[in-house]
Design a protein around this ligand. Structure first.
Ligand code: C2E
Ligand code: MG
Ligand code: MG
Length: 638
């Protein structure tokens, strides 16, 4: 049988007929030195180096054709069998390669090879393509591009085109990496044009989606805090007068309490749409829960800003129905102007917040401009920072532990979470005191205290469970973190593989070269490095490429919304897809309900943390899980 008889089921076709150099009827036998040399490795690889060269399909067909003439000789039979086997293997490999492989003849420009992946990508059977030219695959407008590429390929010998948008007949455009090469015969003459097409459409879409979602609030589609910060920095750098309007949606909590969170979410989305409509040219973002912000560039005088604030309030206040009840949303607004009220972005936003604070204190539903003396919150933060100085020595800090589990609930470790009980204020949220500690760099000392305490504690656990400690970006900038971790591990005897260090994007944003060096050295100690709050900031994807994290934790805002919000579900799915592709374990934070757990199961996430399984508590609360209780439930002395 000639190789070409098998064309329909093989990626090869028309190969024998494309080879014009020798023919079966020419009367060559196996003893013919020309045939021997054609089969020799030197002929197949004239460069004589160690590269593996498979005979091309037309070479094989040609040689088999010649060998058939020498029928009868046993040497010829075995050589034929070997060549057929080589062709079968080659065929099998090409059929199973996940990338599309397409070959066309240089002279006729007709396709001669079209593998299974090409059929799938292009949606055409090879029988409809082999022997045809590019018109069979590409629509009119795109054909000229293909022809130009062919010319360029012939000129250069090879082409690599990344992120290439490609159009096939009757198919949505695909994004591919296109690798093309001219295949030459042993005399160096171009014979075929090879195209290997790697389809990256789905990956690109997932990346674009994640990039979009990372810069936008998933519930309302408005720009998020990261985008707002960026926009404000750019506007301030231009130096033009501008205003920031800090906006709170009044009484959202009451709506949530009365009608449930789904109703509260609908209200937020509606108000977001109204704000966008009322703001006109101004930039609107959602920072968190009920907090929105507007940047009015080239802001006019106070009266034009007051009318912008009124317009926002009026639009928001149109009546709407929530769970059958009439509702008129109202806004509290604080306004601060650059450069009159503040000289930089942070102070401008803080002052708009101070004005908002005043508006709310005055009974809500009003707008207030910033005035000196309003920066109460700023001063409050200063007081907090001052008090924090004494927190360690006054023994006001403690650590709570929250379980990390498999989806089944089986505990695999704990996250250590810092707590501060202020003598007058009571429990202060880490969301308030950690930033204050970072501003004063006190977090370096506090972080050391936490790390030592946690490692001492975990080293006493009867079960060798893991423990995770959060690190602040400031700890990477000041002090010798690697030395500290090393010393504490030695001091406490905790095996390094039981310690996880959680970092957020902030670590990599500030001085990524230095941070990466520190991370690599930490990893070399044997501790695990975990990316925390994944998806919350922006450009998270690029950070995953920068460093081989041991795990990522999907931010609780996404997890919390998966059952109500299709965008959050989409981002969790996309993150899972990417993580699975690079073999990175994923833990979902903030799991509060069985529905959320079910969702995570369906997307293949296998670790979680959240109130559903256990809240952050003093370690004594988890004594049984640590193996400190006997089977009868009595505490074992530790
Ligand atoms: P994180 O590292 O992402 O910690 C998880 C946060 O989610 C904790 O908030 C935890 O109480 C909360 N959480 C866990 N499960 C659920 C749930 O099911 N629902 C909801 N709504 N929340 C849940 P927490 O303790 O307030 O800590 C906030 C952040 O403060 C932490 O976020 C971490 O970034 C930071 N932090 C806490 N302790 C330390 C520390 O020792 N050092 C540093 N640098 N940062 C810390
Ligand atoms: Mg954490
Ligand atoms: Mg987190």
């Amino acid at each position: 049988m000639r190789a070409s008889d098998d064309a329909a089921g093989s990626p090869f076709a028309g190969a024998a007929s494309n080879s014009g150099r020798r023919h079966a009827g020419d009367g060559f036998g196996l003893d013919d030195p020309d045939i021997r040399s054609a089969c020799s490795s030197e002929a197949l690889n004239p460069a004589g180096d160690q590269r593996l060269l498979l005979p091309s399909s037309h070479e094989i067909s040609e040689i088999i054709g010649c060998l058939e003439i020498a029928d009868g000789a046993s040497e010829a039979e075995s050589a034929k069998a070997q060549l057929r086997r080589a062709q079968e293997v080659l065929s099998l490999v090409i059929e199973n390669v996940p990338d599309a492989i397409i070959v066309k003849d240089v002279h006729s420009r007709c396709y001669t090879m079209f593998n299974h992946a090409a059929e799938t990508l292009i949606g055409k059977a090879r029988a409809d393509v082999i022997g045809k030219t590019a018109e069979a695959l590409y629509p009119d407008g795109y054909l000229q591009i293909v022809e130009k590429e062919d010319e360029e390929l012939l000129e250069k010998g090879e082409l690599l085109i990344d992120d290439h948008e490609i159009f096939f007949h009757g198919m949505a455009p695909r994004i591919v990496t296109l690798n093309r090469k001219v295949l030459r015969d042993v005399y160096g003459e171009p014979q075929f044009m090879l195209a290997v097409i790697h389809d990256i459409t789905e990956r690109k879409r997932a990346e674009e989606r994640i990039a979009y979602l990372a810069r936008h609030d998933s519930m309302t589609g408005l720009p998020n805090r990261a985008t707002f910060n960026e926009r404000l920095a750019v506007a301030i750098a231009r130096g033009a007068r501008l205003a920031v309007l800090s906006i709170d949606l009044d009484r959202l909590k009451e709506i949530n309490d009365m009608f449930g969170h789904a109703a509260g979410d609908r209200l937020i989305v509606e108000v977001a749409n109204r704000l966008s409509a009322a703001a006109g040219e101004a930039f609107v973002a959602r920072l968190a829960g009920d907090e929105f912000v507007v940047i009015a560039v080239d802001a006019g005088d106070r009266s034009s800003l007051a009318s912008l604030a009124n317009r926002l309030s009026d639009f928001a206040a149109a009546e709407l129905m929530i769970e059958g009840a009439k509702c008129r949303p109202s806004l509290s607004i604080g306004v601060a102007v650059f450069p009159d009220d503040a000289q930089d972005a942070t102070a401008l936003l803080a002052n708009a917040d101070a004005a908002l604070y005043r508006a709310k204190a005055e009974g809500r539903s009003v707008s207030r401009f910033f005035e000196r003396g309003m920066d109460m919150r700023v001063r409050d933060r200063r007081a907090l920072r001052h008090d924090l100085n004494f927190a360690i020595e006054r023994d006001e800090l403690s650590i709570h532990y929250q379980p990390n589990t498999k989806l089944s609930g089986e505990i695999i470790g704990f996250e250590a979470l810092l707590r501060w009980r202020h003598p007058q204020r009571g429990w202060v949220s880490p969301a308030d005191f950690i930033p204050a500690a970072e501003e004063s760099h006190l977090i370096v000392e506090i972080g050391e205290w936490v790390l030592r305490r946690v490692c001492q504690e975990a080293a006493t656990w009867p079960r060798p469970l893991c423990v995770a400690v959060n690190l602040s970006p400031v700890q990477f900038q000041y002090g010798d973190l690697v030395q500290l971790v090393h010393t504490i591990l030695l001091e406490t005897g905790l095996p390094p593989n039981r310690l996880g260090l959680e970092i957020t994007e902030g670590v990599l944003i500030q001085d990524s070269a230095r941070a990466l060096t520190v991370l690599r050295r930490l990893k070399a100690l044997g501790v695990r490095i975990v990316m925390d709050d994944f998806g919350k900031g922006y450009s998270s994807l690029s950070y995953l490429q920068l460093f081989p994290f041991d795990k990522i934790k999907i931010d609780r805002d996404f997890v919390h919304n998966v059952c109500q919000n299709s965008q959050s579900a989409a981002i969790v799915r996309a993150v899972m897809g990417l993580a699975q592709a690079i073999g990175l374990p994923v833990l979902a934070e903030g799991v509060e309900t069985e529905e959320e757990r079910d969702f995570l199961r369906t997307v293949g996430c296998d670790e979680m943390q959240g109130y559903l399984i256990g809240r952050p508590c003093p370690i004594e609360h988890y004594a049984a899980e640590l193996g400190r209780l006997s089977s009868a439930g009595a505490a074992v002395a530790s």
